[in-house]
Design a protein. Sequence first.
Length: 173
Amino acid sequence: MTHAAEPIALNLCVLTVSDSRTAADDTSGDYLVDALQAEGHRLHARALLPDDRYRLRAQVSQWIADASVDGILVTGGTGFTGRDSTPEALLPLLDKEMPGFGELFRALSFEEIGTSSLQSRAFAGLANGTFLFCLPGSTSACRLGWERLIRAQLDARTRPCNLAALRPRLRER
């Protein structure tokens, strides 16, 4: 069975990747925290780090090693500039990629920003039984990703299937 009658509260982490934002002006991270809590999930931890692939990898590795963390939402560092390194930092940590996430994100983004969506390297996957969703840094991109993709998949009532209800089986070998 891949759905439930009741919601399942997940423990989620939020990581903002930015060389210029501070905790005082992290509107994207704030949006994700508010959105996940509004759906009944719990904020396990939050961090804001500069775009440094080794610091990003260290922080996310710590969270995926923690069995109480169900998922991680990352915002920022998915663009095409020289400093954007979230994919390079975090893709090596994945046990399984979820190609459909990035494909759907770009398709939905195209409806809003046209061909600029080509510059997005948003992605998702699974690492040590932990969901990892990596979104662009803009608040509108975080809203699109959460409202159109992530929220329903982290809701155990979504049919015909969802990621939340799969959690008990994610570490099967």
